[in-house]
Write a protein that binds this ligand. Structure first.
Ligand code: GLA
Length: 729
């Protein structure tokens, strides 16, 4: 049984693959954290709890000055504010009489064989769940703490739900998803920072006395800082040491914090950002927080990442698509931008017809008065001046050419110059009487409002119903400003960002589930909303608007800390690259794009004959390795953020096959001899290496390494296919 309760010691043991998470109910009736790490015995762990400070601490009300008697000395599962715990707390309530104190004590618990969903929000499925209910000592506020463990992955999922049974409305000033107490104070914190076209760069800093905090205030998970934090031992690296990875299943404004206090321990917490947040919870209502996925690894960052990948592929991403062959697209955005008509699109299709590209995706510009980015958003009606005969002409042409058809939408947005805005100016987020801040000439629709969501669902559905569409790219090109809804009363305005996230999930539920055979890809001005909640709806997400192969090695490397290769949408584009001006070999661009859900995004009519011929070979090669991209295990070998090289190995689960891609950024004359050292192979298995024409044991390949030949080309890739000898025909 993965969840075990020892009545005698009042201790809960949560046991997932390779992990134990242990807490107990202490003398004060408070759930106190004991342990999180690799598997230990079901022992009485209280012997190891320090007495803590014996002076200058406030005693738990009702307890006297001896022994372990202060909230400030307890490792918290939920931190009570107001009675002597001076760490960051995970819940703060404002009662109608002005009181902000709470003291949550054990009330009851249940073990659930089926993991319940979280109302209004996506979450992982499966596992065994402990539901621990705590109650405020002084009021009828109950909090359910959910803990889920899995027998096949080293993951603990947590979230909490607050129930108000006080008979009055209370205000939640802060409602995080979790508190995690760690026993030391000498950890590092790893996060993923970024910007448009430069998403998810790893940054690692020592934790220090005080609080290390990352957040988003944008109304989206954002490109600035992914909702991810890893807590590492100082000596943890890619393949050694302890790592705890935390990833919020949330697409809105969030916060993650790591605090070192004066007691030698660290407290980690996070969830919905409490900056500009306050939630009115009426009597009888429940407030649910988003889920945090906690991964434990004692073999470094790589094992942490592989666990995230398995968790998302098995329990989060839509099972209808997660392991299915992905569409190999030709997208017209970098080819035409807004400037196209049927003939231009057909020309692009003609060149790659029969190459293996199986889906044509018509990007921005097909609707309303959309000649540039300053008009038309919100008017999901085909622009028949550009597309004579409507979408049918180009869809028909795709089908005749053996391709499926995909279409771009940006459902949450509106241009002031649009019929939608002229009809409903109040539907755009704005603060009455103040000039709104435009971004890319557009405003965000107030999807906290039902009528706005109904319009979006109906207008997008109409296009999907009336046309044969297999694929949708759902974009989100700006973040929120003027955080205000004219439909909310003043005391609820600070609910706005979270209500936006809930509105987004409602839209996704209705559209994605409403059209179950349509494949939805996520996008946000590149990869600015690349988070687990979006992955629940969109099996893949456009990783970045930066399609430069070198930049992609960096971005895809950082993204792989949490997200599986199959979730990263990656395209081969034209050179000089539109974002960096850099020229890289065509083969390199495809080799790097193939480390994800591959596709193309260029004006095929401008390709050379050789390049066109190469596309067919590239796609053949991709199909050969696609099962590895969908289901393989990723081993990062060289980090382009710190090295002149990038290298990864993707190994099949049964270890009979592997694909290795290496990349040299710049070539140097008289360069060092460079070998990469693959990982994850079976030592005893003999692998045929196609590119070298030799067979070697896994042990030899991993220990002797593979030599990267010197070349006189910058940005050069080296690809190796390994197949178990007796499976090579
Ligand atoms: C965003 C996307 C691009 C493209 C444009 C269209 O920037 O990331 O791929 O769809 O919008 O406007």
């Amino acid at each position: 049984m993965p969840v075990f309760y020892d009545e005698q010691t009042k201790t809960f043991f949560l046991e997932g693959k390779n992990l134990s998470y242990v807490f107990g109910i202490n003398a004060a009736g408070f759930p106190e954290h004991y342990y999180f790490g690799s598997r230990i015995g079901r022992d009485d762990l209280r012997y190891a709890l320090g007495v803590g400070g014996n002076s200058a601490e406030a005693c738990v009300p009702g307890m006297t000055d001896s022994g372990r008697n202060s909230y400030n000395n307890y490792g918290a599962e939920i931190s009570s504010y107001g009675s002597g715990d001076y760490h960051e707390c995970s819940l703060q309530i404002l009662f109608p009489n002005g009181c902000r104190l709470n003291e949550f004590r054990y009330h009851s618990h249940r073990i659930l064989e089926k993991k319940p969903g979280i109302p209004g929000m996506p979450s992982l499925q499966g596992g065994t769940t402990l539901l621990l209910t705590v109650k405020d000592k002084n009021s009828e506020v109950y909090v359910d703490l959910y803990y889920t463990v899995y027998e096949d992955i080293a993951v603990l999922c947590r979230h909490m739900e607050v129930h108000n049974r006080t008979g009055k409305t209370i205000s939640l000033l802060r409602a995080y998803s979790f508190t995690l107490e760690l026993p030391r104070n000498d950890y590092d914190v790893l996060t993923l920072e970024g910007a448009w076209a430069d998403e998810r760069t790893p940054q690692r800093i020592p934790m220090h006395h005080g609080v290390v905090s990352i957040d988003s205030k944008t109304g989206s998970s954002s490109a600035r800082l992914n909702p991810f934090m890893a807590v590492l031992d100082r000596n943890t690296d890619e393949y050694n040491g302890n790592a705890i990875g935390l990833n919020l299943v949330y697409s809105g404004s969030y916060v993650l914090k790591a605090e070192v206090g004066s007691k030698g321990s660290a407290r980690i917490m996070g969830g919905i950002n409490d900056f500009d947040f306050q939630w009115q919870l009426c009597d009888g209502e429940t407030f649910a927080t988003p889920e945090v996925v906690m991964v434990y690894s004692d073999c470094g960052l790589n094992a942490m990442s592989r666990t995230f990948h398995d968790a998302y592929r098995r329990y989060l991403i839509n099972p209808r698509f997660v392991m299915k062959h992905r569409p190999v697209v030709i997208n017209n955005w970098e080819a035409t931008y807004f400037n196209f008509d049927n003939e231009r699109l057909m020309g692009i299709i003609d060149v790659v017809k029969g190459s293996g590209i199986d889906t044509f995706v018509l990007d921005d510009g097909w609707f309303g008065a959309r000649a540039a980015d300053n008009a038309g958003l919100g008017d999901w009606i085909v622009n028949t001046e550009k597309l004579k005969g409507g979408l049918h002409t180009v869809i028909e042409y795709c089908h005749q050419s053996g391709m499926k058809f995909g279409l771009w939408f940006e459902p949450e947005m509106v241009n002031p110059d649009s019929n939608l805005y002229r009809a409903h100016p109040d539907w755009a987020i704005h603060m009455p009487g103040m000039e709104p801040a435009l971004s890319r000439n557009q405003m965000v629709l107030d999807i906290t409002r039902t009528e706005v969501r109904d319009y979006i669902v109906e207008s997008v559905s109409k296009i999907l119903r009336e046309n044969d569409i297999d694929y949708v790219k759902w974009d989100f090109n700006r973040v929120l400003t003027e955080n205000y809804s004219i439909a909310l009363p003043p005391e609820r305005q600070q609910e706005f960002h979270h209500r936006y996230a809930l509105g987004l999930y409602d839209l996704c539920e209705r559209l994605v589930n409403g059209f179950p055979s349509v494949f939805f890809e996520g996008c946000a001005g590149g990869g600015a909303r690349f988070d687990p909640a979006m992955l629940h709806y969109f099996p893949q997400i456009w990783t970045s608007d930066d399609t430069d192969a070198y930049m992609r090695t960096r971005i895809q490397y950082g993204t792989s800390y949490c997200y599986p290769l199959s979730s990263m949408s990656c395209h081969t584009s034209i050179c000089p690259n539109h974002q960096t001006g850099r020229t890289t070999p065509f083969t390199t661009r495809a080799d790097i794009a193939h480390l994800g859900a591959t596709g193309y995004e260029l004006d095929t009519t401008k390709m050379t004959k050789e390049e066109v011929a190469e596309v067919a070979d590239q796609i053949r090669a991709y199909h050969e390795m696609e099962d590895l991209i969908l289901d393989g295990e990723l081993f990062r070998l060289e980090d382009p953020h710190v090295s002149n090289y990038f290298a990864v190995a993707v190994v099949s689960r049964d270890k009979t096959e592997a694909h290795i891609t290496a990349f040299r950024t710049l070539c140097y004359p008289n360069d060092e001899v460079k070998r990469i050292y693959p990982r994850g192979l079976c030592e005893e298995t003999r692998y045929f290496i196609r590119e070298l024409g030799i067979t070697l044991s896994g042990a030899t390949i991993m220990k002797m390494g593979l030599l990267l030949p010197n070349t006189t080309t910058d940005f050069k890739t080296f690809v190796f296919h390994l197949k178990k000898e007796d499976s090579v025909h």
